[in-house]
Design a protein around this ligand. Structure first.
Ligand code: FRU
Length: 506
């Protein structure tokens, strides 16, 4: 090669390297891209799927369409994490096939190799999912969704679909999907919780391949403003006793419109779920948590994560290269308030890994308005804000930018309600149901109040009263929010306010 040529080759090489690194820098830094929440590198996502912890790795599969930023033929995308905070996207795990699209479902660690898929002592991971046949749907049949399985012998890297699929055939129910499977130790069998249109059907199996119907639940209970989808069944500890939690996602019919997550508390005997009472409880009152379920195989700890969107407008939110993200993983615990029991959610402690040193302010009087950012001088968004009031009073927290856009979060003392108002939050005209003020009840009558906010570039999660009331909300300001102002109509004193910035997970 002559000198001129080699200089040219070197120049091309260097510019290719630079282009690559600047692409890498732009990736995950696009406008509205969440910095502390999982979202796929590109294209469409909805429900989290197959969440399982195995060999030190949290697997997060997700409804994924690699062909567009609009919902389409569903695949299972795949991401992994060792800490529930940093995610690495992996190759697509499951592709559509002759039986149809790959809809939502779960994954289990088959420790005893009941399925017989394990070879040479390798424990199989088994995914249980819905095969959705779009042709059958188009033809107006009522049996186009069946349950199928696939297994992995390399810790979730590659998957083989079972040749005998489907393993649970549709008996003629149009909405027959989203299997969540768990091992029921007292009877040494698998239990599948399946969403079957307007109720739940439980099935059991010795080997994940042969399923027997056990019982039905919920036709006359809970919220029924829409179709029941994406259920979950697990136990939480109440002072040494096991309480069964049955999660049922619902679309539409949520407390603030569209999709949302309700739950029931009760007993389960391997066959039947018996609720303690008939009240409808919501795991998250905001408009933007849906299809939330928990990780399998996490021992005594229950970690929940949902899709951070709403079917009302999920297909038209104003992002360009990707569409939609997941919530922060949340640890679930039971809490008693008087005679009632609730599931409370808190952001997982692992999030502290990406928090800057917290700035704490104490005993701050809030006459009219108080600017947290100006006061502390060194915080920026995304951030976590924790607030404690010694005396219950109404207040609001304003996120805003210099374009005059804002999101208002607060507590209305008269109505005893938390609220989030995104009416003036920036881009809202992509769907008529997006702009609005959303409310949630306060479930405790305690005279003190605490709340935590996880604020990302285009979302906000409110955990009030130790996570008893939770609200998730997305927004799309034309420029990033950077001010946090606290306001109170009365003479509130904030006992303690802690704020810390988050480092990006990307
Ligand atoms: C819930 C849902 C599921 C279904 C999947 C399809 O959001 O409708 O019931 O399996 O999405 O993508």
């Amino acid at each position: 090669m002559n000198k001129k040529k080699s200089v040219l080759v070197a120049a091309i090489f260097i510019s290719a390297v630079l282009a690559k690194s600047s692409n890498a820098q732009q990736l995950y830094r696009e406008k509205h891209r969440p910095q502390v929440h999982f979202s796929p590198k590109e294209k469409w996502t909805n429900d989290p799927n197959g969440m399982v912890y195995h060999n030190g790795i949290y697997h997060l599969f997700f409804q994924y369409y690699p062909g567009s930023t609009i919902w389409g033929p569903m695949h299972w995308g795949h991401a992994t994490s060792t800490d529930l905070v940093h995610w690495q996207e992996q190759p697509i795990a499951l592709y559509p096939d002759s039986l149809g699209y790959i809809f939502s479902g779960s994954a289990v660690v088959d420790k005893n190799n009941t399925s017989g898929f394990g070879k040479n002592g390798q424990v199989p991971l088994v995914a249980i999912f819905t095969h959705h046949d779009p042709k059958g749907e188009k033809e107006g049949r009522n049996n186009f969704q069946h349950q199928s399985i696939a297994y992995s012998l390399d810790n979730g890297k590659t998957w083989t679909k079972y040749a005998g699929n489907p393993v649970l055939k549709n008996p003629g129910i149009t909405d027959f999907r989203d299997p969540k499977v768990m091992w029921y130790e007292p009877q040494k069998k698998w239990v599948m919780t399946l969403a079957t249109k307007d109720h739940i059907t439980f099935y059991s199996s010795p080997d994940l391949k042969n399923w027997t119907k056990e019982s039905e639940f919920g036709k006359e209970l809970g919220a029924h403003g829409g179709v029941w989808e994406c259920p979950d069944l697990f136990t939480l500890n109440d002072h040494g006793k096991q309480v069964w939690v049955l999660i049922v996602n619902l679309n539409p019919g949520g407390p603030n419109g569209g999709s949302a997550t309700q739950y029931f508390l009760g007993a389960f005997d391997g066959k039947q779920f018996t609720p303690f009472d008939t009240t409808t409880k919501w795991l998250d009152y905001g408009p933007d948590e849906y299809a939330g379920i928990s990780w399998a195989n996490t021992g005594n700890r229950k970690v929940f994560l949902g899709w951070m969107s709403n079917w009302q407008y999920a297909n038209v939110v104003p992002t360009e290269t990707w569409r939609n993200a997941m919530t922060i993983p949340r640890e679930l615990k039971l809490k008693r308030i008087g005679k009632e029991m609730y599931v409370a959610s808190e952001p997982v402690a692992e999030l502290n890994k990406i928090r800057s040193k917290p700035v704490t302010l104490q005993n701050i009087p809030v006459k009219n308005s108080f600017d947290v950012v100006a006061k502390t001088g060194k915080v920026s968004l995304p951030a976590r804000v924790d607030l404690n009031l010694e005396q219950l009073r109404g207040f609001s927290i304003l996120l805003s930018n210099d374009a005059g856009e804002e999101v208002v979060i607060g507590y209305d003392e008269q109505q005893q309600q938390y609220f989030i108002d995104r009416t003036k939050s920036g881009k809202t005209d992509f769907h008529k149901d997006f702009a609005g003020r959303h409310v949630a009840p306060r479930l405790t009558s305690s005279g003190k109040l605490d709340c935590s906010l996880i604020i990302d570039v285009s979302s906000l999660e409110l955990f009030a009263d130790g996570g008893l009331t939770v609200m998730t909300e997305t927004f799309f300001p034309t420029e990033p929010f950077k001010h946090i102002r606290i306001q109170s109509p009365g003479n509130t004193t904030i006992k303690k306010l802690t704020i810390s910035s988050f480092r990006s997970i990307w």
